[in-house]
Design a protein around this ligand. Structure first.
Ligand code: C5P
Length: 233
């Protein structure tokens, strides 16, 4: 298969159809601007499984995504999208860069949820930006920014409720958006414990990539527990 793009955790391959691509989930884990790296056997398989399940949930809930179907253990078939150089983060509980930037304690409930935009730019280390900066840099039209915010909040409602039913707290997560071949705005990339903070609702144990970032325990054990819970375990 012809490679179109290789990122830190995924590879994008061409298909025979111009408007579809394959996302291949690798086992690589990176953190802190890729200064911390590791290969974690089986991570790609579990992230593809979790992402596919969550994209199916969003589609069923009327949220447009790039997802078409899961093709194999590590491969997902998706619509080819024109990506925005933006990361949209939704937060329900304080954690991570929000605590660091604003000097907040971890674990405080955010009501209403907070939406943040980051400029996807490795050289600049993905800075936090505001709507005026998005306009200045011509990263998206104002109405697209508004739609991304609305879709991110709707995604939050759907995911938060779903995780809650399965004994998990959705602390925060990152979404990416793109324009599909039919011109629609859609959630793209992946939704997995690499891109979401998920805590056990009872114990508040961290089951996501923070285990790798801060050496909190076996990463795969956390990810497996997330999968077991959302599959009904
Ligand atoms: O680091 P920060 O607290 O801003 O991250 C917020 C959320 O976005 C976390 O769930 C994190 O895993 C996710 N994120 C991501 N990719 C990035 C930055 C953050 O998936 N490049």
């Amino acid at each position: 298969m012809e490679k179109l793009y290789e990122g830190k955790a995924k590879v994008i391959y061409k298909t025979e159809e111009e408007d579809k691509v394959i996302v291949f989930f690798k086992d690589s884990a990176t953190a802190f601007d890729a200064t911390k790296k590791a290969e974690i056997e089986g991570k790609g398989v579990i992230n593809n499984t979790i992402s596919s399940l969550l994209f199916e949930l969003l589609e069923k809930s009327g949220i447009k995504t790039h997802y078409i179907k899961k093709l194999s253990e590590r491969e997902m078939l998706v619509w080819k999208a024109k990506r925005f150089d933006l990361e949209v983060v939704v937060r329900n509980i304080t954690a991570g860069s929000l605590c660091k930037r604003l000097g907040l304690e971890e674990g405080l409930e955010l009501k209403p949820p907070l939406v943040e935009f980051f400029y996807k730019n490795d050289q600049l280390h993905d800075p936090l930006i505001c709507v005026e900066h998005i306009r200045l840099l011509n990263l998206a039209e104002d109405w697209q920014v508004q739609s991304m915010k609305e879709m991110a909040l709707k995604t939050n409602q759907v995911l938060r409720e779903f995780f809650k039913e399965h004994g998990l707290l959705l602390v925060d997560f990152k979404l990416e958006f793109g324009i599909l071949p039919d011109g629609s705005l859609a959630v793209i990339d992946e939704i997995s414990p690499d891109t979401c903070r998920l805590w056990d609702a009872k114990t508040r144990e961290k089951l996501d990539k923070d285990r790798f970032r801060f050496d909190l325990g076996d990463l795969m054990e956390g990810y497996r527990r997330v999968l077991e819970k959302i599959q009904g375990g």
